[in-house]
Design a protein around this ligand. Structure first.
Ligand code: SF4
Length: 324
């Protein structure tokens, strides 16, 4: 079974980011990129508010994260940690078929990085009511990332960075294609096909895991099917989690040009090589050499290259590769 080009990721999100009025003050924190941009219609959303799942309602008394990881009322008279752990045990198994998760920044429940932590009364901690540090991870985010270590997870504040945004969306769509493949009646040759389409994309992320994945796929047809799928899934998601460097992206683009460059006129070949060089030097975004390579690979009927997910890792309508 070959994954369809219209693969629709299932993306979890902190419910307030999707505009649901679940914040402690009864409001929301709608994220324009998630709800108003082209991505909005390309994914299936799964909205979750862990504090509503706790039964706290909205509006409610705000909670805070303590330095020992507990989640308490701002006044410290109610400890929600055990209830949150119970909620996580109930909710997290149903996230098995998600392709990613976007969390609300700085929230004591949902924040992924840099959440303020307050004194838990430990020796040496400040007692003036100010945070002891800003290095915490929200209680729900902690449980989510522990339960699903290979799931692409990001917080909405970091999605304002075009590089992080592109990387996250790329991982989500790759995760969805693999999930779609492995959840169906796949045959060994389907996994080989999948890998053939993704190999240059993987190469741009992590050359070592690219080689390891090649060795895994070489055992398709002889190795235990289930174990093979699990190993491939783990290594593939690990590889895509590595942020690609410009040098590796250039190397992968040159792998595209190499096999069919000789079919092109010298001017055309020179133009493609120049576009890759401009990208390498930071004078052009990746979308420029990618558009040219894709056009020429299709015009020359080099399907193996035209189908590379390196060139189209997510739907072309998502304008995520235009940054320098
Ligand atoms: S708990 Fe999470 S989803 Fe709920 S309001 Fe706070 S940040 Fe948003």
């Amino acid at each position: 079974m070959t994954p369809s080009p219209q693969t629709r990721p299932r993306l979890g999100a902190s419910a307030c980011l999707l505009g649901e009025p679940v914040r402690y003050n009864g409001g929301h924190s709608r994220c324009r990129f998630l709800t108003l941009g082209p991505l909005a219609g390309m994914v299936e959303w799964v909205a979750v508010c862990p504090e509503m799942e706790l039964g706290l309602g909205a509006p409610r008394r705000p909670v805070r994260l303590l330095s020992d990881g507990r989640l308490v009322d701002r006044d410290g008279d109610t400890d929600h940690s055990a209830a949150l752990a119970e909620t996580a045990r109930r909710v997290l198994p149903s996230f098995e078929d998600l392709d990613g998760f976007v969390l609300k920044s700085r929230s004591p429940s949902c924040g992924l990085f840099g959440v303020p932590r307050y004194s838990a009364g430990l020796p040496g901690e400040r007692t003036d009511g100010q945070p002891v540090d800003r290095r915490g991870r929200g209680a729900f985010a902690e449980a989510l990332t522990a339960a699903h270590p290979h799931l692409p997870v990001e917080e909405e504040g970091r999605l304002n960075d075009p590089v992080l945004r592109e990387h996250f969306v790329e991982r989500v769509f790759a995760h969805a294609r693999l999930r779609e493949l492995l959840s169906g009646p796949w045959r060994p040759r389907d996994l080989v096909d999948f890998h053939s389409r993704h190999k240059l994309q993987v190469l741009a992320h992590d050359p070592r895991l690219y080689r390891e994945l090649g060795r895994v796929v070489a055992r398709a047809g002889t190795a235990d099917r289930r174990a093979l799928a699990e190993e491939y899934r783990r290594l593939f998601t690990e590889a895509l989690a590595v942020r690609p460097t410009r040098g590796r992206q250039v190397n992968a683009l040159q792998h595209v040009l190499g096999p069919f460059g000789h079919r092109l006129s010298p001017e055309r070949r020179h133009g493609l090589a120049g576009a890759i060089e401009d990208f390498q030097a930071g004078r052009a975004p990746m979308s420029v050499p990618v558009a040219l390579l894709l056009h020429d690979a299709r015009a020359e009927n080099v399907h193996y290259l035209a189908d590379q997910t390196l060139l189209e890792p997510f739907p072309a309508a998502l304008p995520l590769r235009h940054h320098l």
